[in-house]
Design a protein around this ligand. Sequence first.
Ligand code: 5GP
Ligand code: ZN
Length: 114
Amino acid sequence: MDDCIFCKIINGEIPSITVYEDKQVKAFLDISQGTPGHTLLVPKKHVPDIFAYNQQLAETVFARLPKLARAIKKSNPAIKGMNIVNNNGEIAYQSVFHSHIHLIPRYSENDDFQ
Ligand code: 5GP
Ligand code: ZN
């Protein structure tokens, strides 16, 4: 997709800080960190939202979550938990229409994430 920010991140036209990458997915730091380590997991194939996934893509992308979540948690002993969030549609606060899953580390009851 020509005009998609996340496709541009995937093909290297826009810089990002990579957390994990393989043939099918990329994970990179969110430009606006809800809490430190806030990461986005995206399929390399452009799909706008969950409604456009086929079963195979869903298994590919969602199966990466436990390992990625563990790796992020292991990277900082201060991380006590994690919110995993996937917004679909403007009404659900999706702002970038290349499907992505937020992994938001949680540090304490008083960390910044609402
Ligand atoms: P959404 O609101 O669609 O669930 O989340 C989109 C996320 O993409 C937001 O948290 C926003 O900060 C992040 N984002 C938007 N543009 C960029 C960018 O150019 N680079 C990175 N790394 N994150 C972005
Ligand atoms: Zn895209």
